[in-house]
Design a protein around this ligand. Structure first.
Ligand code: ZN
Length: 355
């Protein structure tokens, strides 16, 4: 599996707005970046709810709108062919993960700043310098530049499917085990560690974890906290230069599922279930952690906490965990540390009641 170890260029979004009116800043953001010829990439469905309005706001700054169908390299090529001789100097992406991922790569290819306008908050990709593609059924990560601006509009996001928002919660709390794995790397392998990035990843995750019982993901204020947490998570990748603060063994597990072609879970749903299992392994090895709290929090926002809920059999979960041990071994995690056996995994699944 192709993985991103280092991001091409380290930098941070110049403009970040997470609010109920963020979408209205589209034109002023393009102007603030000194640009005047925008390519808007969006999805057919999102166009009706947010894309058309964005076109109107951009007015004469808009050069072209193209609809994105799939997160594939051939789609990037098609769009670049479509741009033709138009002199585009800014890419605005309005949509979910797929649209934003394609927009990031197009923007990097034509060397234009990218403005991210997420229509939902299903994972931390909305502000990260990494695009996730699927090529021949296999997941592929492509490094891009960080977005120049992120405009996360809560009014738009609130109307997106709740399953996507719950998945975003899962991706955010996965930072808890990701940072624990990073600390293992620091303590045992003398790996470089960035306290600011680790705190940026960890604090919003811990806050929402503690508040999960009272969390209402359709409440604008709560949604804003989640969106801010995911934006910060994406930004940590730009600070550190790789995804270490937000991706540990729980992500290896999710990548293993994708690679094996198992299950029906969204990214955040898969990593959340991974987080329960990995937190259990940390707790067992070092006595630090609370997998039950993580599981309970996911239950209270009604996200899946069992393999069955995302279409997985126990044998598939065990196979994915074993496969996860072979992924990106240089990224030191609890899997490399305790080297669990098949039996250890089976016990973990039983104890956590994941499968
Ligand atoms: Zn993730």
């Amino acid at each position: 599996m192709k993985r991103v170890d280092y991001i091409k260029s380290v930098g941070m979004p110049r403009i970040i707005e997470v609010s109920e009116g963020a979408r209205k800043k589209t034109r002023s953001s393009v102007e603030a970046l000194g640009r005047s010829s925008v390519l808007m990439l969006t999805g057919k469905h999102v166009y009706k709810t947010a894309g058309k309005k964005t076109e109107e706001r951009l007015g004469d700054l808009l050069a072209k709108t193209i609809f994105v169908a799939k997160p594939r390299v051939e789609e990037v090529r098609r769009i670049e062919f479509d741009i033709g001789f138009d002199e585009i100097d800014c890419v605005v992406g309005v949509g979910g993960g797929r649209v934003l991922d394609v927009a990031k790569v197009v923007a990097a290819d034509i060397d234009a700043p990218f403005i991210s306008i997420p229509s939902t908050v299903s994972h931390d990709g909305l502000a990260s310098p990494v695009a996730s593609f699927k090529e021949e059924g296999r997941p592929v990560s492509i490094s891009t530049n960080p977005p120049a601006a992120v405009l996360a509009d809560i009014t738009v996001i609130r109307n997106s499917p709740i399953q996507l928002i719950r998945s975003g919660y899962g991706d955010l709390i996965s930072n808890i085990t990701a940072v624990k794995d990073w600390q293992l790397g620091k303590d045992l392998k003398d790996e470089e560690y960035n306290e600011v990035a680790a705190s940026m990843a960890l604090m919003p995750a811990q806050l929402l974890l503690r508040e999960a019982e009272n969390l209402d993901l359709k409440n604008p204020y709560h949604l804003e906290l989640l969106a801010k947490g995911l934006v910060l998570s994406g930004v940590t990748i730009s600070i550190v230069g790789n995804s270490r603060p937000v991706s540990g063994a729980e992500h290896k597990f999710s990548h293993a599922l994708d690679y094996l072609g198992y299950g029906t879970g969204l990214h955040g749903e898969q990593v959340a279930i991974g987080t329960i299992i990995i937190e259990y392994l940390h707790e067992k090895a070092y006595g630090i952690g609370d997998w039950e709290l993580i599981k309970k929090s996911l239950e209270s926002i009604r996200a899946p906490t069992t393999a069955k809920e995302i279409g997985l059999a126990k044998t598939q979960v065990v196979e994915a965990l074993e496969y996860a041990k072979k992924i990106r071994k240089k990224r030191y995690t609890i899997l490399e540390d305790v080297d669990p056996t098949r039996e250890d995994f089976e016990i973990a699944l039983e104890k956590t009641r994941v499968a």
